[in-house]
Design a protein around this ligand. Structure first.
Ligand code: ADP
Length: 396
């Protein structure tokens, strides 16, 4: 029976599955959306097959239906050899991927107060998949683990120190699997080893974050205690003045409302009043829609500021790497961002940048740029699969 690794990624209302073969080639992938919302749908992408779900399907129901479909299609024969689970928050407990047992489940539960929207739903995926495949190794791969190397000066907020000591209030960082992938992939393209590679990695999707990686180790990143801090995102604000809380209270906006606004009504969506989708915004901006133009401008300027800030944690830069739906596809965002950074000596080549406009991979800097600039497609599922196989093999 062929080795297969199943990767399970449960978001708040979505479920992504991917099945890899022993050589880490994708055999199938699937997506369930709008779970718990009364109009759930699921689809196996590589086989272009819808999967029937009850309209109010839960993560567990979607998972079971999709796995049964994968077994029926013979994509999973018998049982997978390992199952990798994306877990958003590992707090300070998890510095690496880990084999899941009852103690690990308890520790993930303990981290749930730091990620109440994510960890419980990750756990429900873990429980449901363990029930389906009780005899195979299940591995948790944490978004936060790669950033556990941040030095104190980067992870501490300037708050009463007791908040950190008692409650773990600090910056954790997220998108760790993607930034780690950027490290290994760009090292390969640069002809270096990951341990000797220093990059700035910009992951720009619906969520956006940037990381400074020095000689293979994450030394700073833009997301913090939660994935709300830092860059402008699709519908998240990124950095704001904490004084806003008091000010908006005087306008009758309470904490719950503000929480909703900062997470779901801000960012590109809030600024443009139209959409959280960068591609649509660029089209609208091209047609002279001023609020969309403003949204793209703020997004790029904030990103440029963060690229500059990340330089403070590096003593050498082997490359600036763009990834994620926006980073990989939007020549406009990359240009508008780097236009702010001429002083740093980061220079794009206009033609290469344009050429690498769509799902591409390669260098986009000018010959006289002080540092290489690259576009590298991310693949978080692949990192989870590789990590899961590494941890499963270490148990044999
Ligand atoms: P997620 O974080 O949900 O995985 P993605 O990494 O797929 O998201 O990124 C989604 C974002 O990428 C959206 O804002 C989308 O508009 C943007 N995007 C995709 N293709 C393009 C493009 N050609 N030009 C500009 N933005 C694009």
């Amino acid at each position: 029976m062929e080795d297969t690794i199943l990767v399970v990624n449960c978001g708040s209302s979505t479920l992504k599955l991917a099945v890899f073969d022993g050589a880490f080639r994708v055999r199938a992938s699937g997506l369930a959306e709008r779970l718990h919302q009364g109009d759930a749908v699921a689809h196996l992408r590589h086989h272009d097959q819808p999967v029937k779900l009850p309209p109010d399907a839960s993560h567990r129901e979607a998972l079971e239906a999709m796995i049964h479909a994968l077994v029926d299609l013979d994509v999973i024969q018998g049982t997978p050899s390992a199952v990798g689970h994306r877990v958003v928050h590992g707090g300070e407990t998890f510095h690496d991927a880990v084999l899941i047992d009852e103690a690990v489940i308890e520790a993930i539960e303990d981290c749930a107060s730091l990620a109440p929207l994510h960890n419980p739903v990750n756990l429900s995926g873990i429980r449901a998949t363990r029930a389906l495949f009780p005899s195979v190794p299940h591995i948790a791969v944490f978004d936060t683990a790669f950033h556990q190397t941040l030095p104190r000066k980067a992870y501490l907020y300037a708050l009463p120190y007791d908040y950190y000591r008692q409650w773990g209030v600090r910056r954790y960082g997220f998108h760790g699997t993607s930034h780690q992938f950027m490290l290994t992939e760009s090292a390969q393209r640069l002809g270096k080893t990951p341990a000797t590679t220093s990059i700035i990695s910009a992951h720009l999707g619906n969520g956006c974050s940037i990381a400074a990686i020095r000689d293979g180790i994450s030394v700073d990143t833009s997301m913090g205690l939660t994935p709300l801090e830092g860059l402008v995102m699709g519908s998240r604000s990124g950095d704001i003045d904490p004084g806003l809380f008091d000010f908006l209270k005087t306008k009758g906006i309470d904490q719950d409302q503000l929480h909703h606004v900062l997470n779901h009504k801000s960012g590109l969506l809030g600024l443009s009043g139209q959409t959280n989708d960068m591609r649509t915004l660029c089209e609208l901006a091209d047609h002279g829609h001023e609020p969309s133009l403003v949204a793209v401008e703020v997004f790029c300027y904030r990103l440029a500021r963060y690229i500059g800030a990340m330089m403070a944690s590096l003593d050498r830069l082997d490359g600036l790497v763009f990834t994620g739906g926006i980073g990989e596809n939007s020549a406009r965002v990359r240009k508008q961002t780097l236009d702010h950074l001429r002083l740093s000596g980061l220079c794009l080549n206009a033609e290469l940048n344009q050429e690498h406009g769509q799902n591409s991979d390669g260098y986009i800097n000018d010959a006289d740029s002080r540092f290489p600039v690259l576009v590298v497609p991310t693949n978080e599922e692949l990192v989870i699969a590789r990590e899961s196989q590494r941890i499963a093999a270490s148990q044999e």
